[in-house]
Design a protein around this ligand. Sequence first.
Ligand code: ADP
Ligand code: MG
Length: 173
Amino acid sequence: MRTVIPDAAEMHDFGAALAGRLRAGDLVVLTGPLGAGKTTFTRGLGVGLRVRGSVTSPTFVLARTHPSTVGGPPLVHVDAYRLSSAVELDDLDIDFPHSIVVVEWGRGMLDGLTESWLDIEIERPLGASQAAPSGLSDDGFDLDEPRTVTITAHGPRWAGDAGFDPEAADDEA
Ligand code: ADP
Ligand code: MG
């Protein structure tokens, strides 16, 4: 499925809403350039999952675990930017079956780790790459711009899920 998210607050809410569709063992891979909104999305997801602590960019720690405050699965937030393979991701010893795992920059790094995942691609509008990074305007204020979000489900976990499985959606139509 593909949708347009008009601003950062809506991206946050989009992440929070997706929380209701996820359960322990689920893996979400986020793809998009610097400043696309990957961490903004994950912050909203953390709020939706009611985890402890607010989600910040994990760039300097590679992975951060946010326990649930309501007895649900923890959110494990990974920044794979400086990892180069599935082996290195595996070395982080993430408890995949009991967690909801979000990996920024993880596309192409999942070989053999899992059979199902949600691929979420966030694209900035054409020309936005010429603007200052991180969505900041020259005078330092956040510049809200639409993002295109494309969700592609991979593997049996999502088969028959009308929200993510294109074939199931066709059946309903
Ligand atoms: P990433 O983790 O992909 O590098 P961040 O979520 O850290 O990106 O930063 C995204 C930046 O873009 C934030 O400053 C946010 O306020 C801004 N922004 C502007 N418009 C949007 C939008 N529609 N969705 C998400 N973020 C947006
Ligand atoms: Mg980020």
